[in-house]
Design a protein around this ligand. Structure first.
Ligand SMILES: [Ca+2]
Ligand SMILES: [Ca+2]
Ligand SMILES: [Ca+2]
Ligand SMILES: [Ca+2]
Length: 183
C-alpha cells in the first residue's frame, strides 16, 4: 500500500506472482483527508478481518491533518468509520496496551492514547509523557522491560527519539516459553 502527495492513494492487490492491480476506489479507501502517509492494517473490531488506519503528516488548507479509520466489510472492501483531527505523526500503531485482548491506538508523536472498547470504538485515555517533539515518523511496540505490558518507541526526524514504558498495573498476562519436543 502506498500513500503520498501528490500521488493518489493507492491500494495494490497481488493478483499473480509479481503482478499487482490497483483498486482503491473499488475498496472504498481512495478518499482520505489530509496528506496521507502511513497505512496500518489491524483487526480493530475483533471480527477476524483487517481494518485500516491512515496517518497524516501536516496540516494546512490543502492538507488538513486528519487520520481516518476504515473498517473491513469482510470481503476486502472498506467503510469509513471515524476521523482523528490534528494528529501528530506519519502513522498510527495498534497494540493491546491494557491487556484486555483488543488493540489500542497510539499515533506516533501524539501525547494521548486511545483505548479500544473491544468493538473498534476508541476513547481517549492515558496521557503519554512526550514533549518537544518535532516531525514524528514511526512507532513500534514491544515489552522492553519484561513486565508483561507493551511499551513503545517513537522515531522522530527533527528531535530526539522517545522510548515510552507502559506502567500498566492491571490486566492479566501469561508469558509462555515454547520448547519443542525432543526427538
Ligand atoms: Ca476487523
Ligand atoms: Ca469487518
Ligand atoms: Ca486493549
Ligand atoms: Ca513492558
Amino acid at each position: 500500500m502506498l500513500f503520498d502527495v501528490p500521488l493518489a492513494n493507492l491500494f495494490f492487490r497481488n493478483i499473480d506472482g509479481n503482478i499487482f492491480a490497483e483498486g482503491s476506489a473499488f475498496r472504498g479507501i481512495n478518499d482520505f483527508d489530509g496528506g496521507p502517509h502511513g497505512a496500518c492494517f489491524a483487526d480493530l473490531d475483533n471480527d477476524s478481518d483487517y481494518d485500516l488506519i491512515n496517518g497524516t503528516t501536516y496540516s494546512g488548507a490543502k492538507f488538513p491533518a486528519i487520520s481516518n479509520i476504515f473498517r473491513n466489510n469482510g470481503n476486502g472492501t472498506f467503510t469509513f468509520n471515524r476521523s482523528f483531527s490534528n494528529i501528530e505523526g506519519y502513522m498510527g500503531g495498534f497494540a493491546d496496551l491494557n491487556n484486555d485482548i483488543d488493540l489500542d491506538l497510539v499515533f506516533a508523536g501524539n501525547d494521548i492514547c486511545y483505548l479500544n472498547d473491544g468493538t473498534g470504538n476508541f476513547t481517549v485515555d492515558p496521557t503519554i509523557p512526550v514533549s518537544d517533539i518535532d516531525d514524528p515518523r514511526t512507532i513500534g511496540f514491544a515489552d522492553i522491560d519484561d513486565y508483561g505490558d507493551l511499551d513503545f518507541a517513537v522515531g522522530y526526524k527533527r528531535s530526539r527519539n522517545w522510548l515510552i514504558r507502559n506502567d500498566l498495573d492491571s490486566g492479566n498476562w501469561l508469558k509462555v516459553r515454547m520448547i519443542s519436543p525432543q526427538s
